[in-house]
Write a protein that binds this ligand. Structure first.
Ligand SMILES: Cc1cc2nc3c(=O)[nH]c(=O)nc-3n(C[C@H](O)[C@H](O)[C@H](O)COP(=O)(O)OP(=O)(O)OC[C@H]3O[C@@H](n4cnc5c(N)ncnc54)[C@H](O)[C@@H]3O)c2cc1C
Length: 563
């Protein structure tokens, strides 16, 4: 079965579970009506199903390659990219004054979900450009905006993010790239960056690198980092690609998956750059890009999970072992739980997107705090879901899942990196229990209050499910109060299971909302029962692990671990 974009499922979530209605009620997003959503999702869905999805194996079997210093993309990618650009899909949520559609980020997120399921390697290119647009919109001078934004939004040029260096991965502050002032307002950027996704491309006329580097007097650590726009071709007086800049792709990484996306080692050799925002403000600007990208990477996991689920579902109906394997209880369990996980992760990601949009449209700090709280959860749970569902997808296929021809293994290989890049899921979890709880847990408690109120409202219609969700939220609230009293080392030691527990409770909450909206006995109520009765109970085990703190881990010395 070919991939089919989950248009109606996303529509349902935006109607009934994390409604877009409050957003269309704002002046800024008044155009985001049900009809617009339908039109956008349907059109994007066609592009995903008919143009992007058929190329997914091309990316895997014929990876991007480096030829004479230039990246050649996988067969068909260039043509497909042109359609993405022509359709205006890069700039769905970008400002209209620079050629974007000006729609809510929520719609861009929904489209990115579908595109990731269709062809993650290709989708990563416009995704990075979208992050760059966001960073420039909020931090660049008007001059830079006018030069770059229209080209990036139209998809004529693409954008990359250059943070990682061999010694500076999670510890970005350890970077050594330098930027020397040229005396004319520009800078000479020198350094080596590794793991740069789509660091070059034959799909666009220019590749614009946002590079983190340190000024000569920049303090050590993240405080002394600045951000520079370093284009592959320096724009001429007409804003068209002019002379080549002093930078090159040194090599491409050989990866376990995502072969269609070139991962480049970049060398900047006194390349001409323009500072974005002020000196030493690089991390703030990069955070704008990274926050957008974190949610989008979560959504990459969800898209892959969708694709893997669809493939497994089709196979389970065709494959006969005594009877079609979908009739075996264990296979039915796998499929039901896969579907329930995808729904939960998608709802959390869309809830995060709606919170971001409402924060922008209303200026209400509570929405911004909600978005900040949900971002690490959406990223880590979305990508964990991508890994777990694609793993189960292989299992449903039996031996054929291990054989590359079915394509089940590709989902598993492709999605693995999503739990690593844009901040590993461990780093996301530490962000949740650290920075995101610096408000004393205010945003978390407010959200849990809503979960409990919704559960109370559903008590009469769905007594068993509602009670279970209410109790889980109450337990999580108590645990959160306890955790806030612990020191950081103990919080960090339990942060990954804590995030998982939080995601479980939220997943159950959105399932319950769907069930309540559709009524007992509905398809969504049955799916909610699978999630709440079978998967939600895992939250208690996760919290038990989260409460263990750090001491027991360090009691086991390095020598003990090595014995
Ligand atoms: C395919 C691919 C594409 C990529 N694309 C880009 C890109 O476009 N641009 C870019 O700049 N980078 C990119 N990256 C880099 C990516 O963001 C980094 O790999 C990631 O941030 C992790 O850094 P690292 O690999 O150095 O791992 P490390 O930082 O060495 O981490 C190793 C392990 O230690 C843990 N760890 C590290 N520090 C801490 C800490 N303080 N507390 C607890 N645990 C910790 C990590 O969670 C992880 O489990 C890409 C990577 C890959 C593989």
């Amino acid at each position: 079965m070919a991939y089919r974009s989950p248009v109606s499922e996303i529509r349902f979530i935006l109607d009934k579970v994390v409604p877009l209605a409050p957003l269309s009620a704002t002046e800024r997003f008044a155009e985001a009506t049900g009809e617009t959503v339908e039109a956008i999702l349907t059109e994007a869905g066609k592009l995903c199903d008919e143009v992007m999805a058929p190329l997914i194996r091309n990316g895997d079997l014929t990876p991007a390659k480096l030829e004479n210093g230039v990246v050649r993309s996988s067969p068909g990618f260039k043509e497909a990219y042109e359609q993405i650009a022509e359709g205006g899909w890069v700039g769905i949520a970008s400002p209209e004054e620079y050629g974007g559609m000006g729609l809510p980020l929520t719609l861009a997120i929904a489209v990115n979900d579908m595109m990731s399921g269709a062809n993650l390697a290709l989708q990563l290119n416009p995704l990075l450009t979208q992050g760059q647009i966001d960073a420039l919109e909020h931090h660049a001078s008007d001059e830079l905006k006018e030069l770059y934004l229209p080209k990036l939004i139209s998809g004529e040029w693409s954008g990359t993010m250059n943070l990682t260096e061999p010694q500076a991965g999670s510890d970005v502050g350890a970077l050594r790239s330098k930027a020397e002032p040229n005396g004319d307002g520009t800078y000479s950027v020198t350094g080596q960056k590794i793991f740069i996704s789509w660091g070059d491309s034959d799909m666009t006329k220019n590749v614009c690198h946002l590079v983190l580097a340190r000024l000569p007097d920049g303090a050590p650590g993240t405080k002394g980092i600045s951000l520079f726009m370093v284009p592959k071709y320096i724009p001429d007086e007409n804003g068209e690609p002019g002379v080549a800049n002093s930078l090159k792709v040194v090599s491409l990484e050989h990866k376990m998956g995502l072969h269609g996306s070139p991962t480049c080692v970049m060398s900047f050799e006194g390349a001409k750059g323009w500072m974005v925002d002020g000196p030493n403000k690089g991390m703030a600007a990069m955070f704008t890009m990274m926050n957008n990208a974190r949610l989008n990477v979560g959504v990459e996991g969800i898209g892959i999970a969708e694709g893997a689920y669809q493939k497994a579902l089709a196979y389970a109906q065709e494959r006969v072992q005594f009877k079609p394997i979908i009739e075996h209880a264990d296979v039915r369990r796998m499929l039901a739980e896969m579907k329930a996980e995808v729904f939960a992760a998608r709802s959390i990601a869309l809830a995060c997107a709606v919170a971001i949009d409402l924060g922008h449209a209303t200026g209400d700090e509570a929405w911004a705090a909600r978005a900040a709280l949900l971002t690490p959860i959406a990223k880590a749970y979305g990508t964990d879901t991508g890994m777990w569902v694609s793993d189960q997808g292989i299992q449903v296929h039996g031996g054929m899942g291990f054989i590359e021809e079915t394509g089940a293994a590709q989902y598993f290989r492709d999605v693995r990196v999503t739990a690593i890049y844009e901040g590993t899921n461990g780093i996301q979890s530490m962000d949740l229990v650290g920075r995101k709880m610096m408000d004393g847990g205010k945003a978390a408690f407010r959200l849990l209050q809503e979960v409990e109120e919704d559960a109370k409202a559903a008590r009469e219609a769905l007594p068993d499910l509602a009670e279970q969700v209410w109790e889980a939220a109450e337990t999580l609230r108590e645990h959160t109060e306890w955790m806030i009293g612990q020191d950081m080392q103990d919080r960090f030691a339990g942060s990954v299971p804590y995030l998982k527990a939080f995601a479980r409770v939220l997943g159950a909450h959105y399932h319950l909302r769907a069930a309540f909206a559709e009524g007992a006995g509905s398809r969504h109520a049955k799916l909610a029962a699978v999630y709440i009765r079978r998967l939600l109970p895992q939250f208690a085990a996760a919290l038990a692990e989260a409460r263990e703190g750090a001491a027991g881990l360090y009691a086991l010395s390095v020598e003990d671990l090595s014995a």
